[in-house]
Design a protein around this ligand. Structure first.
Ligand code: ADP
Ligand code: MG
Ligand code: MG
Length: 948
C-alpha cells in the first residue's frame, strides 16, 4: 500500500538529514566519557599507517580502523604484499557528523604527512610531474558492508599527470583508461552526477556505451588510447554541463572531496538499509583507507580478481574465484566482461598464481576461517588489496566448520560457535535441482531480485489472494502467494502456499516473519514488481523489459538468492530431510547430512538445555523425535478438535445449554482425545509430554457462516435461532483477555475432567503395553494460586478414579503456564501447587506489553524502523521486560519448590537469542516447532559455551 512506501521514504529522508548526525553525536559523547580519563597523545591519534613491511594497526583494531583497514594492516604484518597506505579512523567520521558535517581541524596536515610517507616508500609524488602517485580512497566499516559504500580509484590524476603517466608507463591507453575510470567514479560519488530517474542508466555508462557503439568496440578493452582520451573529454564536459563546475585538478582537493564522500556514503540509502537489516548501529561510523594504487589495467600482464579460500556456496575446500586480465576495481563483479575462473590464472600468470595459492593457505591458517580476498596483478607482480571472513550460505558454514575441525584448524567448540544457528534452516528446506536452476537462468527466466527472507526453493502457480491460496491448495494445486504485502489475515493463505512473494517490506515485514516461523520460502521487498489486484495481474520490470503475469502462471522462488524465476524449476527435498524424516536416503550417501549430524552431536555434548518440541499429533511427535526432541513441551489439545469427526461433538459441547447436555457431548470427545494422546505417548516412547488443557475462547470453534449454523442446528436438534443466540452469548469484546484458559475449566469443570481423563487413561493404557509414559498436565492462563488449585484438584481427583478403575498407576505432574504478569509476580505462591512452570512467552509478551499479538503487525513495522523495539518481542524474548518477569518467576518457583521443572513453550523457544536467555536464567528446557529443533540444539550449545 502507498502507506508502506511513504514510511520508507520518510525514514530515508530522516536519515539523510537531521536524525543520524544527532544520533552519532549522542554516541560520541557516550564514547568520549570513559576515554577522557586516560586521554593522551595516543588516543587522539587519527591516522594509522601501513607499508614497507609493517603496519601501525592490526586485525584486532576493527572498531578503530574498520574491517578493511585492520586486515590490510594485519596482512602487511604477516608478510603479505600490500600497497602502502593509511587509515583515517572511524572516530573521525563520528566527529565529522558531530561537527555538522565538517572535517576536524588539523586533519589535513596529518593526511599530508601520511601522503608524504607513501611518497617516500613508493618513490612517487602526489601530483608529481615526473612520477605521479595515484591512490584509492576506500571506505571500511567495522562490520563488512560489501558494496554498500563508495570507493574511488586512480585519484591524483589530472589533465597533466595523465600525460606524465602515459609517458612514464609507456602505455597511453592505460593512463587514459585510469583517468576515465577516475572521472566517472569521482563524478558519481563526489560530484553527484548520477542517474536522475530510477530507470535512467548511469550517465557515464551511457557515454561509454555511446563511444563503444561509435567505434564498433565490443568490450571496453577494445577502446584505443584515442577513444579513451575522447571519452575523458566527454565525461568532463558532462560534469561541467550538468553540475556547472569543472572537474577538480588539484590532487589534494580531489582527496579532500573523496574522503568526505566516503563519510557521507555512511549515510546513503543503501548503507542505511543494509545497516538496518543487519543491526549495525549508525553511530559506528566508517573509516577511510587511502592506499597507493596498483594497476590491473596496465595490459595483458596485469589483472584483477576476487576469490574465496573455499567455495562460499557449498563450503567445499577448493579455491573459488574469478579474475579479469587488463581490468581494474570491480570490473569482475560488475559483469562488464565474463571473468575467468581462478584456476586459469595458473596458465597465464604462473608465478602470481603460485604466490596467491600460498597466500590462500597462509590467510586461512592465520585467520582460521574462510577468507574473501581481493587481489591485483600489475606487470605480473601480485598485490593483496583486501581480506575478510567470507560470507557463506548455511550449507557452506556447516561444511567449513566441520572440515576445519578435521583439519585441526579450529576446535569443536569453535565449530559450534561459528555456525549461525538460524542458517541451519537452509539445510532443511527443499532445494532446486541444480541442473534445472542452471537451465532456467541460462534461458533468461530470471525475472527480478528481492530480499531472500525465507531460504529454500518454491515452485507454484500464482495466486494474489490468501483465500484463493487456500482454495487452490485444497484442490491439490501448489501455489505461490504473490502480494504487495501480507498481513495477519493472510496467514492461512500463506500456510497453504509453497512460498510467498511481496513487493514491499524488508526482512522484518510480516511476510518475512511468517516465512521464518512457518519455515516457508519467501522473497520480500522486490520493487521490480507492480500489482494490479483488480485485473489480477502483476507486472515485472526485468532486464529485458516488462512482463505481465496472471493468476495461474507458474513462477519459482529461489529463497537462497532472492531470485524470482519465470516458470517451473524442479525441486528435491534436502538431504537432511531425506535421511531424518523421509528415511529414504542412506546417511552413507549423504555428505551434507553427515556434516550436519557431526555438528549436532558436538552441540548435544556441550549444551545444558534440553530441547522439546511443540507438537499436537502423533505424526508430529514422530517428526519431533527424529529431529532430536527430548520431549514435547506443548501439546495444544484444541488443535485436536479440528481433526476428522471431532469438531461436531466439540460444537455440541459448546452450544449445550446445561451440564447434562455438555457431558453428553464430552463423552463423545473422550475416546477421540484418548486415542490422540495414546498415539503421542507411543511416539515419544517415555519422553515427557506436556499437555495443555483447553485454552482458546470457545467461539473460535463455532461456525462462522449461515450454512454452518444450520448444520449445527440440525445435528443438535436445536433451532437456528437457538444456535445464533448461543453464538451471540459467547461473543466477547476482547477474547484474548476474556473467557479462555483456566477460566473455561473453572466455569465448566467437566471439560477439564474429560481432558484429564483422556490423558490419564491413555497414559495407563500405553504404559500397560510396556511403554514408559511421562504426562505433564499443564493448566493455561493461571494468574492466581486458587485458579490452579481448583484445576489441579480436579485432575488429581480424576487420576485417582482412573487409577482405581484401571488398577494401575502412572507418574504424572500438574503444572502451569506462566503467561500473565500476575503469575510471574506471584510465582512463589503458585509453585506451592505447580510442579512445573512453562513460560508461555507469546501471551506473556502480549500481556506484558499490552500489545495484541494479532494486531502487532501494524505497530511493529514503524517501531522496528524507528528502533523503538530493538527486536520484535514476539520473535525474541524482550529480556528487560518479559525476561525480568521470567527471572522473577524462576526465583519464586525455586523458592517454593527447589526441584521445580522449568521450561519455555512460546514461539521464542526456537529463537537463538531467547534460547541463550533461557540458558542464562537456568531453565531446564526450551520447546519449539520441530523444524526449529536443530537450531535450538545448536543455539543451546552456543549459549553453554558463551556462558561457561
Ligand atoms: P568494497 O568495500 O566495495 O569492497 P574496495 O574498497 O574493496 O570496495 O574497492 C573495490 C575494488 O577496488 C577492490 O576490490 C580493488 O579491486 C580496487 N582497489 C581498491 N584500492 C585499490 C588500490 N590501491 N589499487 C588497486 N585497486 C584497488
Ligand atoms: Mg565499494
Ligand atoms: Mg572490496
Amino acid at each position: 500500500m502507498p502507506q508502506a512506501k511513504k514510511a520508507k521514504s520518510a525514514v530515508s529522508a530522516k536519515n539523510k538529514s537531521t536524525k543520524a548526525p544527532a544520533k552519532a553525536a549522542a554516541s560520541t559523547k557516550k564514547a568520549a566519557a570513559p576515554k577522557a580519563a586516560g586521554k593522551s597523545a595516543a588516543s587522539a591519534r587519527r591516522i594509522y599507517f601501513f607499508g614497507g613491511g609493517k603496519a601501525e594497526g592490526n586485525k584486532d583494531m576493527k572498531n578503530t580502523l574498520g574491517g578493511k583497514g585492520a586486515n590490510l594492516a594485519e596482512m602487511i604484518n604477516i608478510g603479505i604484499p600490500v600497497p602502502p597506505g593509511f587509515t583515517v579512523i572511524t572516530d573521525v567520521c563520528v566527529e565529522y557528523y558531530k561537527n555538522g558535517r565538517k572535517m576536524p581541524a588539523g586533519l589535513d596536515a596529518e593526511v599530508k604527512k601520511s601522503i608524504e610517507r607513501m611518497e617516500k616508500l613508493t618513490g612517487k609524488g602526489f601530483g608529481s610531474k615526473t612520477n605521479p602517485l595515484l591512490v584509492s580512497v576506500r571506505s571500511g566499516a567495522r562490520a563488512s558492508m560489501p558494496g554498500m559504500m563508495d570507493t574511488i580509484l586512480n585519484l591524483g590524476l589530472n589533465d597533466e599527470t595523465v600525460q606524465v603517466l602515459a609517458k612514464s608507463s609507456g602505455n597511453e591507453r592505460f593512463a587514459y583508461d585510469s583517468y576515465r575510470r577516475f572521472i566517472a567514479m569521482y563524478g558519481d560519488v563526489v560530484m553527484g552526477l548520477k542517474p536522475e530517474a530510477k530507470d535512467d542508466i548511469d550517465p557515464f555508462e551511457e557515454l561509454l556505451e555511446k563511444k563503444k557503439h561509435a567505434v564498433g568496440a565490443k568490450m571496453d578493452t577494445d577502446l584505443t588510447a584515442q577513444d579513451l582520451k575522447e571519452l575523458v573529454a566527454d565525461f568532463k564536459a558532462a560534469i561541467k554541463a550538468k553540475k556547472g563546475v569543472s572537474f577538480p585538478q588539484d590532487p589534494y582537493k580531489q582527496l579532500a572531496g573523496a574522503m568526505e564522500a566516503v563519510f557521507l556514503s555512511w549515510n546513503n540509502d543503501r548503507a542505511n538499509t543494509y545497516r538496518r537489516l543487519n543491526n549495525i548501529p549508525v553511530e559506528w561510523g566508517t573509516a577511510v583507507n587511502i592506499q597507493a594504487m596498483v594497476f590491473g589495467n596496465k595490459g595483458e600482464k596485469s589483472a584483477t580478481g576476487v576469490c574465496f579460500t573455499r567455495d562460499p556456496a557449498s563450503g567445499e575446500n577448493f579455491f573459488y574465484g574469478e579474475f579479469l586480465v587488463n581490468a581494474q576495481g570491480e570490473d569482475v563483479v560488475a559483469g562488464t566482461r565474463t571473468p575467468n575462473k581462478i584456476i586459469e590464472l595458473k596458465a597465464i600468470f604462473p608465478k602470481a598464481y603460485k604466490q596467491l595459492e600460498a597466500i590462500r593457505q597462509k590467510l586461512e591458517k592465520h585467520y582460521r576461517d574462510m577468507q574473501d580476498i581481493e587481489f591485483t596483478i600489475e606487470d605480473e607482480e601480485l598485490y593483496m588489496l583486501q581480506c575478510r571472513s567470507g560470507k557463506r550460505t548455511g550449507l557452506a558454514s556447516v561444511r567449513i566448520a566441520v572440515e576445519m575441525v578435521a583439519e585441526k584448524l579450529i576446535t569443536k567448540e569453535e565449530a559450534i560457535s561459528r555456525v549461525d544457528a538460524e542458517a541451519l534452516n537452509q539445510l532443511l528446506r527443499p532445494v532446486f535441482k541444480p541442473s534445472s536452476l542452471a537451465e532456467a537462468k541460462k534461458s533468461g527466466r530470471n525475472l527480478a531480485k528481492g530480499l531472500p527472507a525465507g531460504p529454500g526453493a518454491a515452485t507454484g502457480q500464482i495466486v494474489f489472494f490468501a483465500e484463493d491460496a487456500v482454495a487452490a491448495a485444497a484442490k491439490g494445486k501448489t501455489v505461490v502467494l504473490c502480494r504487495q504485502e501480507t498481513s495477519p489475515e493472510d496467514i492461512d493463505g500463506m500456510h497453504a502456499s509453497e512460498g510467498f512473494f511481496t513487493a514491499f517490506g524488508g526482512m522484518t515485514s510480516h511476510a518475512a516473519l511468517v516465512a521464518r516461523q512457518m519455515g516457508k520460502v519467501a522473497i520480500v521487498g522486490c520493487d521490480a514488481v507492480v500489482f494490479d489486484y483488480k485485473a489480477r495481474t502483476m507486472t515485472v520490470t526485468t532486464g529485458s523489459g516488462k512482463k505481465v503475469f496472471k493468476e495461474g502462471d507458474w513462477v519459482s522462488l529461489d529463497g537462497f538468492s532472492g531470485d524470482l524465476i519465470e516458470g517451473r524449476v524442479e525441486t528435491t527435498p534436502s538431504e537432511v530431510i531425506r535421511v531424518v524424516i523421509e528415511k529414504n536416503l542412506d546417511p552413507k550417501n549423504a555428505p551434507v547430512y553427515q556434516q550436519y549430524n557431526k555438528l549436532m552431536t558436538w552441540a548435544d555434548s556441550v549444551r545444558k538445555l534440553k530441547v522439546r518440541a511443540n507438537a499436537d499429533q502423533p505424526d508430529q511427535a514422530e517428526q519431533a523425535v527424529a529431529f532430536g526432541a527430548q520431549g514435547i513441551g506443548l501439546c495444544r489439545t484444541e488443535h485436536m478438535f479440528f481433526g476428522e469427526g471431532k469438531i461436531g461433538p466439540m460444537r455440541e459441547m459448546i452450544v449445550a445449554e446445561n451440564e447434562t447436555e455438555r457431558r453428553a457431548a464430552l463423552a463423545k470427545l473422550l475416546p477421540l482425545q484418548r486415542e490422540d494422546f495414546a498415539g503421542i505417548f507411543k511416539a515419544m516412547g517415555g519422553l515427557p509430554v506436556t499437555i495443555r488443557t483447553l485454552d482458546p475462547p470457545l467461539h473460535e470453534f463455532l461456525p462462522h457462516d449461515e450454512a454452518g449454523v444450520k448444520e449445527l442446528a440440525k445435528s443438535t436438534g436445536k433451532t437456528v435461532a437457538q444456535i445464533n443466540a448461543r453464538i451471540a452469548d459467547l461473543h466477547e469484546s476482547n477474547p484474548m483477555l476474556g473467557h479462555r484458559g483456566c477460566r473455561l475449566g473453572i466455569s465448566y469443570p467437566e471439560i477439564t475432567e474429560m481432558q484429564a481423563r483422556a490423558i490419564l487413561e491413555a497414559a495407563v493404557d500405553v504404559s500397560a503395553k510396556g511403554i514408559k509414559v511421562e504426562p505433564e498436565i499443564m493448566i493455561p492462563l493461571v494468574g492466581t494460586k486458587k485458579e490452579l488449585d481448583a484445576q489441579a484438584s480436579l485432575v488429581h481427583q480424576v487420576a485417582a478414579e482412573v487409577f482405581k478403575a484401571k488398577g494401575k498407576k502412572v507418574k504424572y505432574m500438574v503444572g502451569t503456564m506462566i503467561e500473565v504478569p500476575r503469575a510471574a509476580l506471584t510465582a512463589e505462591s503458585i509453585a506451592g501447587t505447580a510442579e512445573f512452570f512453562s513460560f508461555g512467552t507469546n501471551d506473556l509478551t502480549q500481556t506484558t506489553f499490552g500489545l495484541s499479538r494479532d494486531d502487532a503487525g501494524k505497530v511493529l513495522t514503524a517501531y522496528r524502523e524507528q528502533d523503538i523495539y530493538p527486536v520484535d518481542p514476539f520473535v525474541s524474548v524482550d529480556r528487560d521486560g518479559v525476561g525480568a518477569l521470567m527471572k522473577l518467576a524462576v526465583e519464586g518457583g525455586r523458592a517454593a519448590r527447589p526441584d521445580i521443572k522449568l521450561g519455555i513453550c512460546g514461539e521464542q523457544g526456537g529463537d537463538p537469542s531467547s534460547i541463550e536467555f533461557c540458558h542464562m536464567i537456568g531453565l531446564q528446557y526450551v520447546s519449539c516447532s520441530s523444524f526449529r529443533l536443530p537450531i535450538a540444539r545448536l543455539a543451546a550449545a552456543q549459549a553453554a559455551l558463551r556462558h561457561k
